[in-house]
Design a protein around this ligand. Structure first.
Ligand SMILES: Cc1cc2nc3c(=O)[nH]c(=O)nc-3n(C[C@H](O)[C@H](O)[C@H](O)COP(=O)(O)OP(=O)(O)OC[C@H]3O[C@@H](n4cnc5c(N)ncnc54)[C@H](O)[C@@H]3O)c2cc1C
Ligand code: FES
Length: 324
């Protein structure tokens, strides 16, 4: 059985078991969330050997060169030595400015990070509570016009972090944030390119940043946003988005509900990705942004690719939750 040495302690690792699973099985508490190589909250560094390529997928070159890897995607062949310590793991303290309910299910959290915080609209950060519980949340704010970080957090019943944010987090509290991660961002090089954005629930958060970034850069191509939810509680910022659509001829906003109630006549009654694919059958030349429910993201990625969008032009952030 291979040996895993973590912070100078030895653990027996089952063959093919990941570093994260091995540590959790031995009762070692390490930061993690999605357990599927998306959120980067389980970032570690190898001490003595190169990690498997699959464990470095999605990491910046500078991190790869320093042998950083994702513990949830790392099943090395033999013995392996890993550590949590390293300069990139420094987390920044951030002060909570406000926690505001946008609906019963969605909270808007604004944070003031200590010191300069460079990011691009649409990236995500890992939020870490003082007991180590860590979860990724997308940035809805714009770095150059807003002097706060804005997150949209959906409450999940029994959700440890989301319930705590909704019920207990207060203005003035301090919380740790990671450096920004991800590539779900607007690229200003092609201002005429049509943009399709599909989000469910708080999948709107990064898209809200991307759209405002595109409009700020004077994007002239058509921009279509389809925001979907199972009910009205998950459709939020409706008036703000309708206002943006009124102010910008090239921005189209399509709020979608799976099952509308009385008073919901002003929305499309269809799943957001189905409404998008029905209207835009030919996606050749489009740039696509997909955020939110993992299955929606996966299916729509395949379908927009089959409809002609280039894989390099499809940006997907599945909001993978922590496995039980
Ligand atoms: C890249 C990325 C970006 C993300 N951005 C956002 C964001 O901007 N806003 C946001 O609200 N969330 C976002 N998430 C999801 C977020 O990180 C957490 O997974 C979510 O808040 C639930 O965490 P929790 O601790 O409250 O629930 P947990 O304690 O981890 O889970 C408790 C229970 O709730 C269930 N559960 C958790 N999440 C979901 C879900 N999405 N759907 C159905 N059941 C669920 C779990 O299966 C579990 O049974 C993002 C995830 C990723 C990977
Ligand atoms: S990338 Fe490993 S827990 Fe999310």
């Amino acid at each position: 059985m291979p040996t895993l040495i973590f912070e100078k302690q030895a653990y027996q690792r089952n063959p093919e078991e990941t570093v994260l699973d091995c540590l959790l099985r031995h009762g070692v508490s390490v930061p993690h969330s999605c357990r599927s190589g998306v959120c980067q909250s389980c970032l570690m560094r190898s001490i003595d050997s190169d990690p498997p390529a699959a464990a470095q997928h999605g990491l910046k070159d500078s991190l790869r060169q320093q042998r950083y890897f994702l513990a949830c995607a790392c099943a090395p062949e033999g013995d392996f030595t890993a550590t949590l310590s390293g300069p990139v793991l420094i987390r920044f303290p951030a002060r909570v400015i406000s926690v505001e309910k946008l609906s019963r299910r969605i909270a808007r959290v604004r944070l003031d990070p200590a010191g300069a915080f460079d990011y691009r609209a649409g990236q995500f950060i890992n939020l870490a509570r003082s007991d180590g519980l860590t979860r990724p949340y997308s940035l809805a704010s714009l770095p150059y016009t807003e002097d706060f970080l804005e997150l949209h957090v959906a409450r999940h019943e029994q959700g440890r972090m989301s319930s705590w944010i909704h019920d207990e987090l207060q203005p003035g509290d301090e919380i740790a944030v990671s450096t920004p991660i991800g590539e779900c961002c607007y690229r200003p090089e092609q201002p005429k390119q049509p943009l399709l954005l599909v989000g469910t629930g708080c999948g709107l958060a990064p898209l809200y940043g991307v759209i405002r970034d595109a409009l700020h850069h004077g994007h002239t191509g058509p921009i279509w946003l389809y925001h979907g939810s199972r009910d009205r509680e998950g459709l939020y910022l409706v008036e703000e988005l309708r206002g943006l659509a009124r102010d910008h001829d090239n921005f189209n906003y399509v709020p979608c509900l799976d099952s509308p109630a009385a008073g919901d006549e002003d929305v499309t009654v269809q799943r957001a990705h189905e409404a998008a694919l029905a209207r835009h059958a030919d996606m050749k030349g489009w740039r696509v942004f997909l955020c939110g429910h993992p299955e929606m993201v996966k299916q729509t990625k395949i379908k927009t690719y089959l409809a002609g969008a280039a894989l390099a032009d499809i940006h997907a952030d599945p909001f993978q939750s922590a496995a039980p």
